[in-house]
Design a protein around this ligand. Structure first.
Ligand code: DGT
Ligand code: MG
Length: 579
């Protein structure tokens, strides 16, 4: 319950609506409960005394009360919907805002699929809970209290029978809920598992087809689906048993009222009308207990969802900005790694970089080579402070990146990540993502340097071509070139290209290389490349081997001194090389 309670603070801005909704609900209950009272008057005074006037008047009053009650219910709906939808929107906005503050490390822990589930279905659970609270759950206890007080003031003796039955039902339902609660939690888990299978299948459906694994995937889905179905059936069967049983108890109450009430009527100590009214009030008094069983499910679901949502909100960004962080107005581009070690897990884990030391002077081009998994991407991710080092320091212009406001560094860095991700929208908007105010000329200039201009103007709509959701209608190499243009357009002091030409043919790669040479003149550039031909001209080549710098220097130096470099060189360009 505790996590759910914490979400309730999002209702605060809607206090007025929530209070109004509950006031309307209270009026509905009072009006509804006044009706059995009127029945009592109608029977005892109207029919009993054969007074047509009272019969007519009371009937009209009953109709009036019903109409009024319906109107109040509409009022309740209007305000409760306003409050719960507002609550949902605010909470969703907060989750969204929080996710934007996440650093890379946080995003490694919570996948986008998980975050999406929390933003949609979990949020939905809580909102449903909120709507029900404002519309039905509050109604139940009100009904119980008011009907019991009416009963008590009219005939305490008969009320006692009901008061005996209520705790019996209460105990009985509590036992049921105890049994149900773990089943609800399990249902939620099974649902998540099924979603996981579905999500993987949907995003990887092409792989499934390519590897002809439809049957395997079908089995996986079937078993997850069956598990969910089995547990849902059990839950619903239990609930199904619960309802008739509470109904049975309620009917026992009504029989008791009629039996003992009947005796009282015969003895002349009560009236027939009272008995009729009482049978109605028994229902109203027992109703909340039945409601409780429904609530139990909803609350368990909502609590589970609240937990997941609060996990997102409680997650602190791993990269923390210092209070007295330095603002860098200008970056010259000197990058220095001092005894840097790095591991992805804060609690240790195998370091992926060991004691890395190097300096890149402003304007230098640094090429990073190394086999796959050697730590190249990890290394360059430390420059914009996507992750914090485990040991040592990364310095930009002499400032430890941890002492500088991350925004003010990143503004001066143009980066093209290993996986080129584009947004839905036009090519133009994608290229100027980092600098929306860039002119069309600048966009074209960047695209030309990235060797993207040619193919872009080849599209019927040129720069206004829509790249569709996640840029699916472009080839891998085309996406990469747009990503390079996007990085160049920022006119960064530090340019980082992580394997940005892996999907581009050799000829185009060389062209990009040539165009970049001009553009890289005043920038410190880090180029990760698989092909050695693209890095021959670099001011400095760093060869990474399993997280260690195995060699560092210019091509001429390395070819003399580094066997590992010579090996890479020979395999690609030397005697054994293809080109
Ligand atoms: P590549 O792109 O295949 O040529 O390889 P590199 O050199 O870019 O390698 P890198 O830095 O991506 O990975 C180095 C090691 O770090 C490798 O053992 C995988 C591991 N690693 C990479 N990214 C993550 C991550 O996000 N979380 C964890 N726990 N490990 C990671
Ligand atoms: Mg990499």
């Amino acid at each position: 319950m505790s996590e759910l309670k914490r979400t309730f603070r999002y209702l605060r801005p809607y206090t007025r609506e929530a209070v109004l909704a509950i006031i309307f609900l209270g009026l509905v209950v009072v009006l509804d409960l006044s009706i059995p009272r009127m029945v009592q008057t109608l029977v005892d005074e109207g029919i009993g005394n054969q007074d047509m006037d009272i019969v007519l008047r009371t009937s009209l009053m009953m109709i009036g009360a019903s109409i009024l009650s319906a109107t109040m219910m509409i009022g309740n709906t209007i305000f409760s919907v306003k409050a719960s939808r507002g609550f949902e929107a605010d909470l969703r906005e907060d989750i969204f805002k929080k996710i934007q503050t996440y650093s890379f490390g946080n995003l490694d822990d919570l996948s986008s699929g998980q975050l999406l589930t929390r933003l949609t279905s979990d949020l939905n659970q809580i909102r449903t809970m909120m709507t029900m609270t404002l519309r039905m759950f509050t109604r139940a206890p009100l009904m119980a209290i008011i009907s019991l007080s009416i009963m008590w003031t009219t005939n305490p003796q008969l009320t006692k029978y009901i008061l005996i039955l209520m705790p019996v039902t209460g105990v009985f339902i509590t036992l049921f809920i105890r049994k149900l609660q773990p089943l609800f939690t399990k249902t939620q888990e099974k649902l998540e598992q099924l979603n996981q299978v579905l999500e993987e299948n949907l995003s990887g459906i092409r792989i499934v087809k390519a590897f002809v694994r439809r049957d395997y995937e079908g089995t996986r889905f079937k078993s997850a689906n069956k598990e969910l179905t089995d547990i849902s059936v059990r839950v619903n069967q239990l609930i199904g048993v619960l309802f008739p049983l509470t109904l049975l108890i309620m009917n026992t109450g009504i029989v008791a009222i009629i039996y003992f009430g009947g005796i009282q009527v015969i003895q002349g100590s009560t009236t027939v009308g009272t008995i009729i009214a009482f049978t109605n009030y028994v229902f109203s008094a027992m109703f909340p207990i039945m409601m409780l069983s429904m609530m139990a499910g909803q609350i368990s679901f909502a609590e589970a969802s609240a937990k997941r949502i609060m996990e997102v909100l409680d997650n602190e960004p791993e990269i923390k900005e210092k209070l007295d962080a330095v603002q860098l107005a200008e970056v010259k581009g000197r990058v220095e790694f001092k005894n840097v070690s790095f591991s992805y897990r804060e609690d240790g884990g195998d370091p992926v970089l060991h004691n890395v030391n190097f300096t890149a002077e402003p304007g230098e081009t640094v090429a990073i080579l190394g086999s796959t998994g050697s730590g190249k991407s990890s290394l360059i991710h430390l420059i914009p402070r996507f992750y914090d080092v485990s040991d040592g320091k990364v310095l930009i212009d002499g400032y430890d990146v941890r002492d500088v406001e991350p925004k003010s560094i990143r503004k001066h860095i143009g980066i093209s990540l290993q996986e080129a991700i584009l947004f839905s929208g036009t090519i133009r908007d994608n290229i100027r993502y980092g600098r929306p105010e860039a002119t069309d000329e600048e966009v074209i200039e960047a695209a030309k340097a990235a060797q993207a201009h040619e193919f872009i103007i080849g599209f019927p709509e040129g720069y206004d071509t829509n790249v569709g959701q996640r840029g699916v209608n472009l080839s891998g190499g085309q996406k990469q070139r747009i990503a390079i243009a996007r990085a160049l357009l920022v006119k960064p002091s530090i340019l980082i290209l992580d394997d940005s030409t892996s999907a581009v043919d050799v000829e185009t790669e060389i062209k990009i290389e040539e165009a970049l040479e001009e553009l890289m003149k005043n920038r410190t550039s880090f180029i990760i490349a698989q092909r050695i031909s693209t890095v021959l001209n670099a001011d400095k080549i760093i060869v990474l081997d399993d997280g260690n710098i195995a060699a560092e220097g210019t091509h001429d130096q390395l070819i003399q001194t580094s066997p590992i470099y010579k090996e890479i060189y020979d395999s690609q360009l030397g005697d054994g090389g293809a080109q």
